[in-house]
Design a binder for this molecule. Sequence first.
Ligand SMILES: [Zn+2]
Length: 317
Amino acid sequence: MTTWQVSQLSWAVAAMPALLAAAVGVFAKPCARAMQPRTATWAVTFFAVVASLCSTYALATMAAMAVGRLDDVADVGGWAPDALTGPSAAPIAVAAPTAVALAVAVSWAVATLSTAVRAVVRVERLSRRPHSQRVAVIPSQRVDAYAVGGITAGQIVVTTAMLAELSEAEFGILLEHENAHLRLRHHLFKTTVRLAVCLNPLLRPAAAAVEESAERWADECAAREVGDRRLVAQAVARAALAAQRRTRGVPAVSPFGTSAVMMRVDSLLNPPSTRRGSAVVSAAALVVAASLGSTALASMHTERVFEHAQHTYAATQ
Ligand SMILES: [Zn+2]
């Protein structure tokens, strides 16, 4: 294989995890919509985490070329900094900005994780207070309801405007929906994907896909408890219309969550087939396998470059 071919192959291998992360981002929403919500939430979260870790690792191997060229680091590592070159090595013009981007991404992820942990601990503490109520009603003109999850407990918040809009049966559906969010720890799925997005912003659509599928999952739980999918669909649509009416023309959002209302109603009335979901998961598994394979190749290339630099260093001693 010529030097030029080795170089091209190395770049293709290094870029593969980022491209695959972009593919996961692009296809996350349509694929999630084709799956049962529970499967979609687990699958998109899993694929987003794998894609972000693979692309971060690929960036780290490139960044190592920049950091490894620093004299002090090379002394400690026992390699010749000038030998970190060749067809398999990333040039400094690429490696240096990659190192900076990686540092920013990791810092962003750490800050996001820290904020999420503090919020979860605060909710847990509040929920465990002696007179704390599972459902808190707050005075507000905004038609809204949401669940805030802790570690083992959580709270449901409902505005007075929402209470005024719903019938008793619809309020029961809302509580089942929000309880499902808490019981199934949907906030942990969302936080996990947010962390993946911090490491690779190309995965941002995956976060929206998990938001949507978690809403559908909670709708399904409510439908199972109530035993009437049509009634749940009606409650979701009615709450969205009430929110739209009160906010005078602002695009409709469901107070049971902010995801697209029409999609949720459609999913309740026409649930996606299990067979189509299995096909999507199989295709996504291939994408992950390719991502893991290219990450492993990128790692081998980097290892080879550093081994060469270490041999060069040893020969000059
Ligand atoms: Zn919801």
